[in-house]
Structure formats: structure tokens, C-alpha cells
Design a protein around this ligand. Structure first.
Ligand SMILES: Cc1cc2nc3c(=O)[nH]c(=O)nc-3n(C[C@H](O)[C@H](O)[C@H](O)COP(=O)(O)OP(=O)(O)OC[C@H]3O[C@@H](n4cnc5c(N)ncnc54)[C@H](O)[C@@H]3O)c2cc1C
Length: 388
């Protein structure tokens, strides 16, 4: 349990407890099996949609639960604490897909494309990365060319979370290569559109139940009405959406770390060596103390970023740095804590009989996607130095 004294509302407690109960009852029994098979957990994700977890911050008029950012973070944390793969599917639907359409979409786009995903009836995806452009997204090769009332999309996108199952995709393509990142435009693509197909599925180290794949666009024609924002506004949209996404990933990393920590405390209380509980060895006790302190610091940064985003909804202020600091610290804490948890469990930490090795594998991705730790440091340093 957290030591945090935080002014939660009844609504916050309610969503946290509901998510916790659901994760323990419905996800915990299947998490290891889906991690092993790498299958997408359609059934539990559908149930999460029915419970309102797929569009927590989305206004009710667009099919969401109409709650605040802290509610989203608390639910994401509880789901990821039991299974990080369910956590990332949830966070992409909530943050990476819905956020951009709600902020930059037309009323028609919001009405058509948000409700199916916010209600969990369909899965959404966000497709920025390409084989040759990740951190440096402005160098993307995919092209969208205007042709009358349509755009023709061509290119290969990679590493798309939920790519194999998504019905709706926000995709970023270059419309004016000479302008580099200022020449990127965002589009809404429906999976059945001719010229759209799904490429190779990625075999992964962790979050294995979250399907990841390439997406291919071959003369894929989308109407101009499916352009999200203006031409050339795509990079701004992509980065604005990532500010929200990073708060979700911070919550995911926090959940993974908490799970690994709680299991470690329990094990240190039970396991004996040299005639005493291993928790009585200072070497183990100090590890637990550091794990706990990092987790509580992560919690503060993550909840603070959630409050900063919530405030931004009325003031319009940026929360880029709050989100970057939360994501950076949370992901590194998640790696630190899960690494220590494997050590505390000794051989059992390495065994598939316990979820500790899964937590360790799952934690690593939080340092990579939605901007690597190096990119978060760049974002924070540039802001502190007043650089563009
Ligand atoms: C499981 C998974 C799911 C993903 N889901 C999605 C998704 O849904 N949608 C999507 O668009 N993308 C997704 N991604 C892509 C992810 O966001 C990128 O992998 C990530 O941004 C890093 O890009 P890259 O892999 O090309 O690495 P690179 O950009 O090639 O980086 C390689 C290394 O160089 C470092 N580096 C790069 N630039 C700098 C710099 N300026 N200073 C210091 N170090 C630097 C990086 O930090 C990294 O350590 C996913 C990736 C994975 C693995």
C-alpha cells in the first residue's frame, strides 16, 4: 500500500478499486497464458471497454466515461500492476488514439471515430514510427499526396501497438518532404480501406499479449475529410498526443514496479536462509527500502503529471516536461525495481512459475516506447535550458 497522502475524491477511489478488482479477478488468471502464447486478449479487453476503461477521459457524448486524468492514471496503474500488456492496449486506446481526435478533430471526426474506440467496441492505433525513423520521426519516408478530394497514402509503418487488430488508425505521413517535420500530416484510416494491409507481427521480449505489427499503405485512398488537423500540422499533433501518452506509460511502469515490489516484500518475509528470513539481511532490507522510495517518488511525479494535464484542459498550458519527467523516472524505476525483485527471489525470480520474470521483461519497454529515456532527457534539458 502507498503511504501517499493525496486528496483523492470518491470517484478516484471508486475507479481505482473497480480496476483493481477487475484486474485481480479477470486478468490475473490469464496473464501468464497470454504472455506465453502472445495471443491478443480480446475477451478481457472487450470487458474493459464495457466497464468504461477504454475511454476514461473521453466525454460521455463521445462514448467515454467522462472522468479526469487522475482517474485514468489510477485505473491504468491497477491494470498494469496485474498485466502490462492489457495496460498498454488500454493506454493506446485512451491516450494515443482518442486524445488527438478529441483535440484536433472536426465534430464529424469526433462523432464517427471516437465512440467505437472509447467504448472498447473497436481497437485504435497510433502509427508514427517507420523502419528507418523512430526517435527522429521528422525523417519519415511515407508519403501522402493530394488527389482532388482525397489523399493517396503510400508507405510502411512499423512497431504499431495493436496493429494486427486495430479497426481505426491515426497515421502520420509526409505531405511536404522539403519542410521535414513541418511537412507531416495526420490521417484517420479505417482498416478495411483498399490499399491498407497489416505487415509482419513483431515477436517481442515483453508485453507479449499486446499485438505489435507493421502497417502497409499501397495507394491507399482516404478522403480529405479524414485528414486530422491541417496539412503540415501532423508533427505537432503527434508530439501533443505523446505528452498524454507518456503519462499513461508512467502509470503502466508504476503498476509493474508495484507488483514486483509487493511480491518481493512477501517473499523476503517468508524465505529463509542461514537460519533467518532473508528480509532480515540488511542487503535485502536496503534493496526493499530503495525500491519503495523510488516507487513513491514515481507516484508523485506521475500523479502530478496527471494533475498538470487536467489543469491544461482549462488553461491550455503545456505539460510536456511534467509528462517527460514522470515517464523517465517511472520507466527507470520499473527497471530498477523489477531487476531487484528477480534478485530477491533468487532462482524463483528466474522461473516461469512466478510472474517476477514477466514483470522484468515487461518493464523494459517503458524505457523505449513513446520516446526513449534519452529522448525524455532531451525534452527536459531543452526546456530547462530554454532551447527549441
Ligand atoms: C513494443 C513496441 C511498441 C511500440 N508501439 C508503437 C506505436 O504504437 N506507435 C508508434 O508509432 N511507435 C511505436 N513504437 C516505436 C517506438 O516508439 C520506437 O521504437 C522508439 O521511439 C525508438 O525509436 P527506434 O526504435 O527507431 O530507435 P532509434 O530512434 O533508432 O534509437 C536508437 C537508440 O539511439 C538513441 N537516440 C536516438 N536519438 C538520440 C538523441 N538525439 N540523443 C541521444 N540518444 C538518441 C535512442 O534513445 C536509442 O537508445 C513501439 C516500439 C516497441 C518496441
Amino acid at each position: 500500500m502507498s503511504n501517499l497522502i493525496f486528496p483523492f475524491t470518491d470517484e478516484h477511489r471508486m475507479i481505482r478499486d473497480t480496476a483493481r478488482d477487475f484486474a485481480r479477478e479477470k486478468i490475473a488468471p490469464i496473464a501468464a497464458e497470454f504472455d506465453e502464447s502472445g495471443e491478443f486478449p480480446h475477451e478481457t479487453i472487450k470487458k474493459m471497454g464495457e466497464m468504461g476503461f477504454m475511454g476514461i477521459e473521453v466525454p460521455e457524448e463521445y462514448g467515454g466515461a467522462g472522468m479526469d486524468t487522475l482517474s485514468y492514471v489510477l485505473a491504468e496503474e491497477e491494470i498494469a500492476k496485474v498485466d502490462a500488456a492489457h495496460g498498454v492496449i488500454m493506454s493506446v486506446n485512451n491516450s494515443l488514439y482518442c486524445t488527438g481526435i478529441l483535440k484536433f478533430g472536426t465534430e464529424e471526426q469526433k462523432k464517427k471515430y471516437v465512440p467505437p474506440v472509447a467504448s472498447g467496441k473497436a481497437i485504435g492505433a497510433y502509427s508514427l514510427t517507420e523502419p528507418m525513423s523512430g526517435s527522429d520521426a521528422g525523417t519519415m519516408k511515407s508519403r501522402a499526396v493530394r488527389d482532388g478530394d482525397s489523399y493517396i497514402l503510400n508507405g510502411r509503418k512499423s512497431w504499431v501497438t495493436s496493429g494486427p487488430v486495430a479497426e481505426y488508425i491515426v497515421v502520420f505521413m509526409m505531405t511536404n518532404p522539403e519542410l521535414h517535420h513541418r511537412g507531416v500530416t495526420a490521417f484517420l484510416v479505417e482498416a478495411g480501406t483498399p490499399g491498407f494491409s497489416r505487415g509482419k507481427k513483431e515477436p517481442k521480449l515483453g508485453i507479449r499479449a499486446s499485438a505489435t505489427s507493421e502497417l502497409l499503405f499501397e495507394d491507399c485512398r482516404v478522403p480529405v475529410t479524414n485528414r486530422l488537423g491541417e496539412e503540415g500540422e501532423g508533427f505537432k499533433i503527434a508530439m501533443t498526443v505523446l505528452d498524454s501518452g507518456r503519462i499513461g506509460i508512467a502509470a503502466q511502469a508504476l503498476g509493474i514496479a508495484e507488483a514486483a515490489y509487493e511480491a518481493s516484500v512477501e517473499y523476503a518475509r517468508e524465505r529463509e536462509a542461514f537460519g533467518q528470513k532473508i528480509g532480515q539481511f540488511q542487503g535485502i532490507g536496503f534493496k526493499l527500502a530503495d525500491m519503495k522510495t523510488h516507487i513513491e517518488a514515481t507516484r508523485l511525479l506521475t500523479y502530478n503529471a496527471a494533475l498538470a494535464k487536467q489543469r491544461a484542459k482549462t488553461t491550455g498550458e503545456r505539460f510536456t516536461v511534467e509528462a517527460a519527467m514522470a515517464k523517465l523516472f517511472a520507466s527507470e524505476t520499473s527497471m530498477f525495481v523489477t531487476h531487484a525483485a528477480v534478485q530477491i527471489h533468487g532462482g524463483m525470480g528466474y522461473s516461469k512459475e512466478l510472474p517476477i520474470e514477466r514483470y522484468f521483461r515487461d518493464a523494459k519497454i517503458t524505457e523505449i516506447y513513446e520516446g526513449t529515456s534519452e529522448i525524455q532527457r532531451l525534452v527536459i534539458a531543452r526546456s530547462e535550458l530554454g532551447l527549441k
